[in-house]
Design a protein around this ligand. Structure first.
Ligand SMILES: [Zn+2]
Length: 213
């Protein structure tokens, strides 16, 4: 095969899932497609998360001689401390009525989280333009946070556009002047969006304490 396609296929291989043994683990960080008897699945393996999601089903009931694949998520980095959510809510309140943004990053070396404000290019009560913040080589983005000022928390079409290439969680804090703000939270994995219906109760608790407007 030509060199260009060889490189592409090595960077994003397709694996036939065996029936009589588990599929071998990925040997390095990246992505691959798994073809099983129950569809085609995207597998992503990063230092902080690994997951498998179905991205296609067979439209005909042809017998596929491969094994079954189950969707799963393994959050290697563990739970994000709610104190950092509280810190971001305080930032969102301080910026009110303008929008603001921040990243929660995790160090693969120290396994610690920290909040890192984004580099704001322009901000208003209805928009935010920013550059990615500088981080250490061992730090990876876990939660991309932004606020919606006086508006409720939800994912706008701009947010969908911004989030479609990344693998991260995305958090919106809305109603920033309220005693308890609103939250929208989702997992983003290369265009797959999975919104979490209920954020942890601790996030609401800590928000009440986080800097009134
Ligand atoms: Zn938004």
């Amino acid at each position: 095969m030509n060199a260009a396609d060889s490189v592409l296929q090595r960077s994003f291989p397709t694996v036939m899932v065996p029936r009589r043994e588990p599929v071998g683990p990925m040997t390095s960080a990246g992505e691959r497609l798994l073809v099983g008897e129950n569809g085609v699945f995207l597998e992503i393996s990063l230092p902080w998360i690994s997951l498998v999601r179905r991205v296609a089903s067979f439209t005909a009931s042809i017998p596929i001689p491969y094994g079954r694949v189950e969707e799963h998520t393994n959050l290697v980095c563990g739970r994000v401390p709610e104190e950092l959510i509280g810190e971001f809510v305080a930032m969102a309140r301080a910026a009110y009525p303008n929008e603001t943004g921040s990243w929660i990053v995790w160090s693969t070396r120290t396994r610690q989280f920290r909040l890192l404000p984004v580099v704001i290019l322009s901000q208003s009560s209805g928009s935010l333009k920013y550059d990615r913040p500088e981080r250490h080589d061992d730090e990876v983005l876990i939660i991309d946070c932004h606020s919606h000022g006086r508006h409720p928390a939800y994912f706008s079409s701009t947010d969908n556009e911004d989030d479609k290439h990344d693998i991260k969680f995305s958090l919106v804090v809305g109603n920033c002047a309220a005693h308890v703000p609103s939250f929208a939270f989702r997992l983003c994995a290369k265009g797959i969006f999975e919104e979490v219906e209920r954020v942890p109760a601790a996030w609401y608790r800590i928000s009440k304490l986080a800097g009134a407007v």
